[in-house]
Write a protein that binds this ligand. Structure first.
Ligand SMILES: [Zn+2]
Ligand SMILES: [Zn+2]
Ligand SMILES: [Zn+2]
Length: 195
């Protein structure tokens, strides 16, 4: 049985707002040593509202789904409204998350709030934000986890023995990715399988 709700799987397989902003107004980065998730949010602010938002996340399926959901929830909101988004609200929007994945969801709102705080600090100092470098986190073989049931999977077969789901992987970064999509949600490489 899948642990993730359909909504989580949708946001994992088709994450919204992945990538970089050319000129971010604020950048927030948080990490989670428990399962090696790393989330970076970039925001662009106009008239005290989040006019554009992008994220880069290295992590498990839940972490990517959470990032995607946070980006959708925050877009268009005023900074004060966005500061009120909580990790619980994000998990609720996603139709719940398995208990062992709550630590991942706890990063989402934190990363967003860090980006807003970064923006507010820069308003005072006048220093421009920079597009952050990617921090690939070494996760001791744990990046081959089944996104459906969380069992460890054999990277060579890309088949989960636990729930019998098979996967496509990104030819560039090797992570699980839906290749009917144009871009890998993890590294941004174009992965579309033609024909
Ligand atoms: Zn995680
Ligand atoms: Zn599985
Ligand atoms: Zn990739």
């Amino acid at each position: 049985m899948a642990l993730y709700s359909d909504k989580v799987m949708d946001h994992f397989m088709n994450p919204r707002n992945v990538g970089d902003l050319e000129k971010p107004d604020g950048v927030g980065e948080v990490g989670n040593p428990t399962c090696g998730d790393m989330m970076t949010f970039m925001i662009s602010v106009k008239d005290d509202r989040i006019a554009d938002i992008r994220f880069k996340t290295f992590g498990c399926g839940a972490a990517i789904a959470v990032s995607s959901m946070v980006s959708e929830m925050a877009l268009g909101k005023t900074l004060d409204e966005a500061m009120e988004i909580t990790n619980e609200m994000v998990a609720e929007e996603l139709g719940g998350l398995p208990t062992n994945k709550l630590h991942c969801s706890n990063l989402g709102a934190d990363a967003l709030h860090a980006a807003i705080e970064d923006y507010r600090k820069r308003l005072e100092t006048g220093e421009p934000a920079e597009v952050p470098e990617l921090h690939e986190v070494k996760r001791s073989g744990k990046d081959k986890q089944c996104p459906y049931c969380d069992a460890d999977i054999d990277a060579s077969s890309m088949l989960c023995n636990s729930c019998k789901t098979s996967f496509d992987t990104c030819p560039h970064c090797g992570k699980i990715a839906d290749r009917s999509r144009e871009k890998c949600p993890h590294c941004g490489a174009s992965i579309h399988k033609h024909g």
